[in-house]
Structures are given as structure tokens and as C-alpha cells.
Write a protein that binds this ligand. Structure first.
Ligand SMILES: NC(=O)c1ccc[n+]([C@@H]2O[C@H](COP(=O)([O-])OP(=O)(O)OC[C@H]3O[C@@H](n4cnc5c(N)ncnc54)[C@H](OP(=O)(O)O)[C@@H]3O)[C@@H](O)[C@H]2O)c1
Length: 292
């Protein structure tokens, strides 16, 4: 579907211009400042908001997990949950369309890949604290604004983005350095090809698609299978070792990850969105893709 180019304003702590990215307008905001978040959403003239921001360092924020059977609070909770709830309420009041970017870490990984209808896991220590803050954010969005969209992605990767190593380029960098750790051969994942997300957003914004939507590889893989396809060249190289997530001893401070995770993508395919299977994404990275 052809779209007029999106006109994008940004909000956050750092002006995208400082990173060489061009947007029409930038408004500074720290999501930990909830009144400022409300103010921003109320006064912004834009008709839609896509919230990518979150505290995402899964292992680092594990230490913020409060004790108790239904914990809340702490810096990651404020940014990942409270700020999103404030956004959703303000978006609803102002008639703005909200897209909240979320994650497969809302599932505990006992029965994936998961469809949008699959209920998220109740709170437990099997979920990372990150996953729980994102899950609580999803619940707040859905309660505040039935017209909003929760857009879940998983292990996003792309061909080129010097500003940040993603799942695939982290593997390449560690492989080149000879420091690649064992890759889990028993963890089920569905990596999201980032260009699919950037292609889908104009369509979703135009249609104001509501509810929950998964955008990920329609075929499942494991980090070991993905890494082997990405890194193993016919002329050899360093050894790529399989590891087991299930058999990994608990390491203090390391957050739990979904074992049998992954996202089912039937809804996105039904909407006519392009989803790149993970093997094709790797071919794109390696410059090996031929044909459609
Ligand atoms: N990466 C993954 O594997 C993955 C998988 C599934 C879903 N997701 C979701 O995708 C989204 C983007 O993830 P990412 O990996 O691109 O994360 P990222 O690189 O950590 O970027 C997060 C962004 O959030 C901003 N942010 C954090 N705290 C903020 C605050 N207090 N106020 C304003 N902005 C704040 C950061 O701004 P600064 O630049 O100022 O720090 C940064 O731009 C997140 O919602 C994440 O949950 C990611």
C-alpha cells in the first residue's frame, strides 16, 4: 500500500538530531516525570503517538523487582508502566491513537509461540521484572483506551544501524571478536525484522488498528539456529557452540527469559502486512537475497 510520507515529531530525553536523525519537531520529556507526560500528550497537536520508549535492560532492572505477591513501583515501573498508563489516559481524552510497543517477554515461555488471544502470564518470578512492567503497561493501555494498539515485537534486528547493536549484529560482533558465548539451542524465538515494523506503522496509523498485534518472523527459530545461519560461512571460522537455557543454572541478577516463547503472526498476515521469515532476514543482512 502506498502512503504519503509520515510527518514525525519526536519526544524524549535526547533530540534525535544529536544522533543525526531528522524529525519535524522535538519535545524534551523524561517519562519519569508523569505530569510532564500528561502535559505533553494533552498539548501535542499530532493525532497519533507511538511509544517505543522503555527501560529495556532486562538484567539490569531485575534488581529493581520489589518483594511481594503483586509488586509495583521503582524506576522501571514508573517509566515502563505508570508513564504508559498516563499516556493511554491522555490519548483517550484527546482522541489520539496510541501504539504501545511491547514484547514477547509478557509471556512466561511455557507454551509459545503465542497468538494475540493467548492470555499473558500472571505475575510470577518466572517472568522478568521487565516483562512484568511491560505486561502491566499493556493492561493499563487496554483498560484506558480500547482504540489503542499494543504492538508486540521480539528480538528486533536489521541490516545496518551503527547507533546500536541488535540481536543479529551483536552475534556478528562477538563472533568477530572471538567472544561469542554459547547460543541457546532450546529457546524458541521469532525475531522481528525491523523494516517490517517501519513498513507496517503507516498502515496501522492510517487504519487505527486496535487491540493486540504481533509483528515477528512467521517461522520459529532458536538463537543457536539463527546464529549458525548468520555466522557459519563455508570457509569456517570460530566455533559456534550450542547452550541450553533450560539447563542454565540461575545466575544472581540474570533475568528469566521465555523458553518456549515466540509470537504467532496470523493476525498481521491477515491484515496484509509483510513479515520477513528469519532466514530471509539473514539473507538480507548477508546480501544474499535473490528474487522476491
Ligand atoms: N530490543 C529488544 O530485544 C526488544 C524486544 C521486544 C520489544 N522491545 C521493545 O521495543 C521498544 C524499543 O526497544 P529498544 O531495544 O530500541 O530499547 P532501547 O534501545 O533501550 O531504547 C529505549 C528508548 O527509551 C528511552 N527512554 C528510556 N527511559 C526514558 C525516560 N525516562 N524518558 C524518556 N525516554 C526514555 C531511551 O531514551 P534515551 O536515549 O534518552 O536513553 C531510548 O531512546 C521498547 O518498548 C522495548 O520494550 C524491544
Amino acid at each position: 500500500m502506498a502512503h504519503a510520507p509520515l510527518r514525525i515529531a519526536a519526544a524524549g530525553r535526547i533530540d534525535p538530531a544529536a544522533r543525526g536523525l531528522r524529525v519535524e519537531r522535538f519535545r524534551p520529556v523524561d517519562l519519569a516525570d508523569l505530569p510532564a507526560v500528561r502535559e505533553l500528550l494533552r498539548n501535542a497537536p499530532e493525532p497519533a503517538v507511538v511509544n517505543f520508549a522503555a527501560r529495556t535492560d532486562v538484567d539490569r532492572i531485575e534488581s529493581e523487582r520489589p518483594a511481594g505477591p503483586s509488586p509495583r513501583g521503582g524506576p522501571a515501573w514508573t517509566v515502563n508502566t505508570d508513564a504508559v498508563a498516563a499516556m493511554a489516559r491522555a490519548a483517550r481524552e484527546g482522541g489520539k491513537y496510541l501504539v504501545q510497543i511491547s514484547t514477547d517477554f509478557v509471556y512466561d515461555g511455557t507454551g509459545g509461540p503465542y497468538s494475540e488471544e493467548a492470555p499473558v502470564a500472571p505475575y510470577s518470578e518466572r517472568l522478568s521484572w521487565y516483562g512484568w512492567t511491560k505486561s502491566a503497561a499493556e493492561a493499563a493501555v487496554r483498560a484506558a483506551d480500547p482504540g489503542a494498539l499494543v504492538l508486540r515485537i521480539a528480538y528486533p534486528y536489521r541490516e545496518h544501524f551503527p547507533e546500536k547493536l541488535d540481536f543479529a549484529r551483536w552475534m556478528q560482533a562477538r563472533y568477530r571478536e572471538g567472544t561469542l558465548p554459547g547460543l541457546f539451542a532450546d529457546q524458541q524465538i521469532t525475531p522481528t525484522w525491523i523494516p517490517d515494523l517501519t513498513r507496517a506503522l503507516p498502515t496501522l496509523l492510517e487504519r487505527r488498528t486496535a487491540g493486540i498485534l504481533h509483528l515477528a518472523s512467521p517461522s520459529v527459530t532458536t538463537p543457536y539456529e539463527f546464529g549458525t545461519a548468520l555466522l557459519a560461512r563455508p570457509d569456517g571460522g570460530a566455533e559456534i557452540r550450542p547452550a541450553s537455557l533450560e539447563a542454565s543454572p540461575a545466575v544472581p541478577g540474570r533475568a528469566p527469559r521465555p523458553l518456549r516463547g515466540g509470537l504467532r503472526t496470523d493476525r498481521a498476515l491477515g491484515l496484509g502486512l509483510t513479515l520477513t521469515p528469519w532466514r530471509r532476514g539473514i539473507q538480507e543482512i548477508l546480501g544474499e537475497r535473490r528474487g522476491p
